[in-house]
Design a protein around this ligand. Structure first.
Ligand SMILES: N[C@@H](CCC(=O)N[C@@H](CS)C(=O)NCC(=O)O)C(=O)O
Length: 326
């Protein structure tokens, strides 16, 4: 775990000393957008036109943020257009590296050994954390974006002219409601588990823990009479929640001490998680070996022995009976 400072790699854990033990996630730095015609997107500069084979994605199969982009790539049928390179789940003193863990790949675009080399190629002298996902442009030799929330929006529409896939996970009439829900879920759930797990004071942990479980209760109630968060159809909000829920019982309950309840114990969230897992294109992107190995191996301040638990047994394949909900 570390970061680049003026282009130099420094092996450093998150600094929580100035925030009362609270983990504060830094904003992503590369914020350009791929668009259908290459015009600029909401942030950054233009010149990133959608094209087959021009872009590739660096991901970890362990990472919930990168996982969003993998699901969108699949649901939007972009596999033939955008290659994926998968880092080793064991993130050590050199940060993310390309290694030999089963299911990891070499860097087929830049031949790097460590992901930070790719960041340096994009911007020599940069000061940044080196995170996944990162969307690479082979033509311009730079990172288009390392912000998953924006990469999934690009995938949702920018390549539609090149595929026959017209599904829309961010439909116009639902946008305001999706944005509002995303904001709560990001703060309290997606990032909430990290705020609990990376807290270095009891108060910071307790604060994150309570907000997380209060929000899970609210979401559970919301799902009592609707199949997905916005109703009968899957939207971006579901995919964003899914990648946290699917890691919850396997990792966050134990490793991040998010243990008031398991997802399996929730009346509606449990079936909802199974429903999404069994949706074609979604379950196939889940790799529990990468997920468990990453968290339990890569955070020595939390788990110094690096022992990876054998359990739990999960039954995500079980029937969920949610089709009848509108
Ligand atoms: N805001 C980013 C966050 C990405 C992120 O933090 N990824 C983690 C993996 S789960 C990472 O690469 N962490 C390495 C680090 O912070 O040094 C996004 O959503 O794309």
């Amino acid at each position: 775990m570390g970061l680049l400072v003026d282009g130099n790699w420094q092996d450093k854990w998150y600094d929580t000393s100035k925030s009362g033990g609270r983990f504060e996630r830094q904003a992503s730095q590369f914020r350009n957008w791929i668009t259908a015609d290459g015009s600029p997107g909401p942030t950054g500069e233009g010149g990133f036109k959608a094209g087959a084979g021009r872009y590739c994605l660096y991901v970890s199969l362990a990472c919930p943020w990168a996982h969003r982009t993998l699901i969108f790539r699949r649901l939007k049928r972009l596999e033939g257009l955008i290659d994926v390179f998968v880092v080793d789940p064991r993130m050590g003193e050199e940060g993310w590296v390309f290694g030999d863990f089963p299911g990891a790949t070499p860097d087929g675009a830049n031949g790097a050994r460590r992901l930070y080399e790719v960041y340096l190629k994009a911007k020599p002298g940069v000061t940044t954390r080196v995170t996944v996902p990162a969307l690479w442009d082979k033509e311009r030799g730079t990172i288009v974006s390392n912000e998953s929330a924006e990469i999934i929006r690009m995938f949702n529409s920018a390549f539609d002219g090149l595929t026959d896939e017209r599904s829309d996970f961010y439909p116009e009439p639902l946008r305001a409601e999706i944005d509002a829900l995303n904001a709560r879920v990001y703060e309290r759930v997606n990032n909430g588990v990290y705020r609990a797990g990376f807290a270095t004071s009891q108060d910071a942990y307790a604060e994150a823990f309570r907000a997380l479980f209060d929000e899970l209760d609210t979401l559970d109630a919301r799902l009592a009479d609707r199949r997905f968060l916005m109703g009968p159809e899957i939207t971006e909000a579901d995919i964003r929640l899914f990648t946290t829920l699917v890691r919850f019982d396997a990792v966050y309950v134990g490793h991040f001490k998010c243990n008031r309840r398991r997802i399996a114990d929730y009346e509606h969230l449990s079936g909802y998680l199974r429903d999404l897992f069994q949706t074609p294109g979604i379950g196939e992107t889940v790799n529990f070996a990468h997920i468990k190995t990453h968290y339990y191996w890569s955070h020595p301040t939390i788990n110094p022995t690096r022992i990876i638990p054998e359990g739990p047994e999960l039954d995500l394949e079980a029937p969920h009976g949610r089709e009848r909900l509108g």
